[in-house]
Design a protein around this ligand. Structure first.
Ligand code: 6R9
Length: 646
């Protein structure tokens, strides 16, 4: 793994940070963390500046991890009000819908007006400090406005991605006891309409969702809306409220939001992020890793329903007073694969932050899709969500970026709040496919299976030693699960769930999940969630789900399914299973392959040997490894014979 950017010719662009500056600043952040973070914290506007920095340690009383605990601030004030004097007329949010003729720009002053009214509207419905509000929204400015409005009044938002099914929405409402749901009638993406309102009505008919007292709906479509008694037209009501809204004084450790994410076992976890540390960390990483400039027009193509949308569409950029571009279409298509280039031209985008999946989708349609655009405003491309394969890296670099832009491969997670690794070095040192260097204050380590720390060139489980301000503080309603999932696999370290390789230069290459979490098009899905959906079907006795390499999506979903004795395999049943998973989770959780499996390989202790199932799914049947602990090796032969991905 030695290929570097020089393979495409010596780069003639600067990286946001030089090798030397990075080394010095990183050393300082590790040697004097207290002084480092105390100084950085001054970047935020505090109502009461913190005296304290970090309290608590992993493994030891770590349930009391806190950052800047005695500080008081408001996240919305930091993202909006703070910029009014110097940037009042600067565009804060620029939006283009799925339909290119739908365009809106909100300056910081206009954003202040909308957020204030929205916040007053929420207060008028009885929402206040500590209440939870669920958002189920399309990519429209109101999604960001609603998040900021919650932050302004101290309410905790829980954004549920608009691609989730009614069942998935209901379980996320139930878990956090939300009082208000903010939604729209439809979400239009890729020329198709997702009937959000219909899904909301279905979700609210399900058990355990009576906590929702009001539904605030932002009309987006042309068709008549089926208003229910609990529904309120947010676009009408908001105009009756004043734009002046007194912000709530929040403690740095008060929760800012809950975001559900998949783990290797059980139901999705509601990770809780707090106010001060999260905001500081997202603003700082956004500014430093992208080398933010005042006149940047910055486009993060993630949906607000994911952590990337929270940290790098809304909080990080707005805390920095940047112009953040929101896009309602599907980056990379369908239906228009070259549109990304024209959007970049039309809005003068300077930084484009996207996923390897979107890059591969464009790449699959050939370089000519970029003929309709010049993209010469662009100066940096970022990627996130999955490892980027060198081919996609080069395509982004050469084609989208005209060979002019550094590619910032950012590795991080819902749990980490913000970027943890990126190529923080001179551009000529970049290595396609490697996230390379820890951000300031972050101490990565590699462990073997016994938990021994590996030195030098090595591959192992990636852990982080010591806290950083942006980390999640708990799982809503289940702190014990938080401790078990992240801090007890390797006692005293944060367990990322990812494997990584450190090369001879000391640079990191993320190799992907080592737990039972799939990464499909950058969407995190627990195999356990898919399995529990499958086994709830009356024809299914057992199911094991694994990922397999997929050209565009990174990983595809491969399900081994054992039928009940009286059931028979058929194409109709296969389709029914695909539909079942879609209904329980969402359209993005599409089963790619279903293999009928009369039996599954098990160890003598009864555990399914997923390692073997992964190999068969990847068509790597010559390298099955040790199968001596299997109870019945014949099961494997049968699975190999009937494998579908050849
Ligand atoms: C931000 C986000 C987290 C998982 C993570 C890892 C994978 C994210 C990556 C990457 C390699 C990168 N991942 N960025 N793998 N290189 N640059 O994606 O959060 O949805 O929680 O997913 O995504 O496997 O553990 P989340």
């Amino acid at each position: 793994m030695t290929s570097t950017a020089s393979a495409t010719g010596s780069p003639h662009y600067p990286s946001p940070v030089s090798e030397q500056d990075y080394r010095e600043r990183y050393r300082r952040s590790i040697e004097s963390p207290e002084a480092f973070w105390r100084e950085e914290a001054q970047q935020l506007q505090w109502m009461q500046p913190p005296q304290q920095v970090l309290k608590g340690r992993f493994g030891e009383n770590h349930s009391h991890i806190s950052w800047f605990e005695d500080g008081v601030l408001n996240a919305c004030v930091n993202c909006v009000d703070r910029h009014l004097d110097t940037r009042g007329d600067k565009p804060a949010i620029v939006w283009e819908g799925d339909d290119p003729s739908h365009q809106r720009t909100l300056t910081y002053r206009q954003l202040h007006d909308r957020v204030g009214r929205f916040a007053n509207m929420l207060r008028s419905l009885g929402v206040g400090r500590g209440d939870t509000v669920t958002l189920y929204m399309p990519m429209i400015p109101e999604a960001a406005i609603a998040m900021l409005a919650c932050a302004r009044i101290g309410a905790v938002h829980s954004v549920v991605f608009g691609g989730f099914s009614p069942e998935a929405l209901a379980s996320r409402i139930r878990d956090c006891d939300a009082r208000v749901l903010i939604t729209a009638d439809i979400s239009q993406r890729g020329g198709k309409q997702i009937p959000l309102k219909k899904y909301v009505d279905e979700a609210l008919a399900l058990e355990g969702t009576a906590c929702i007292e009001h539904v605030l709906l932002v009309p987006c479509g042309d068709a008549p809306i089926d208003w229910k008694a609990r529904d309120i037209n947010a676009s009408e009501l908001i105009e009756t409220h004043s734009p002046e809204c007194e912000p709530e004084a929040m403690g740095a450790e008060d929760p800012l939001f809950i975001l559900y994410t998949s783990g290797s076992t059980g139901a999705p976890k509601g990770l809780v992020h707090t106010t001060g540390g999260y905001l500081l960390y997202t603003a700082m990483t956004h500014r430093e890793i992208f080398g933010l400039r005042e006149d940047d027009v910055y486009w993060c193509a993630a949906d607000v329903g994911w952590i990337t949308g929270h940290s790098y569409v809304v909080y990080g950029p707005l805390a920095n007073g940047a112009t953040t571009f929101m896009f309602g279409g599907i980056p990379g298509g369908p239906p228009d694969y070259g549109r990304v280039g024209r959007v970049i031209d039309d809005h003068g985008i300077t930084i484009f932050y996207t996923s390897p999946t979107a890059i591969r989708a464009m790449m699959g349609h050939g370089e000519h899709i970029m003929d309709s655009s010049r993209r010469d405003s662009l100066r940096l491309i970022g990627t996130v969500g999955e490892p980027i394969n060198p081919q996609a890296w080069h395509w982004a670099h050469d084609v989208i970026g005209n060979g002019q832009c550094p590619i910032m491969d950012t590795w991080w997670q819902t749990e980490t709040g913000g970027h943890m690794m990126a190529p923080l070095t001179d551009a000529e040192n970049f290595k396609p496919g490697a996230a390379m260097r820890p951000f300031y204050g972050v101490r990565p380590a590699l462990l073997d299976d016994q938990g021994n720390i590996l030195e030098g060139e090595a591959s192992g489980s990636l852990v982080i030693e010591g806290s950083w301000p942006g980390q999640a503080r708990t799982i809503r309603g289940n702190h014990e699960r938080f401790e078990q999932t992240y801090f007890s696999v390797f006692e005293g370290h944060y367990f990322t769930g990812d494997g990584a390789h450190r090369d001879a230069d000391g640079d990191f290459w993320i190799t992907g999940r080592i737990d039972d979490v799939l990464n499909v098009s950058g969407h995190r899905i627990g195999t356990a969630e898919i399995e529990s959906s499958l086994v709830a079907h009356p024809a299914i006795s057992e199911a094991a789900v694994v990922g397999f390499p997929h050209d565009v999506k990174g990983q595809g979903i491969y399900a081994y399914v054992t039928l009940m004795q009286e059931a028979t395999a058929s194409e109709a049943l296969r389709q029914e299973l695909v539909e079942t998973v879609r209904r329980d989770i969402g359209a993005f959780a599409r089963l790619d392959i279903v293999q009928w499996a009369p039996g599954l390989p098990r160890t003598r202790s009864g555990k399914i040997m997923r390692r073997i199932l992964r190999k068969i799914a990847a068509n790597e049947v010559d390298a099955l490894g040790d199968t001596s602990t299997l109870t019945d090796p014949g099961v494997v032969d049968a699975l190999i014979e009937n494998r579908i991905n050849r």
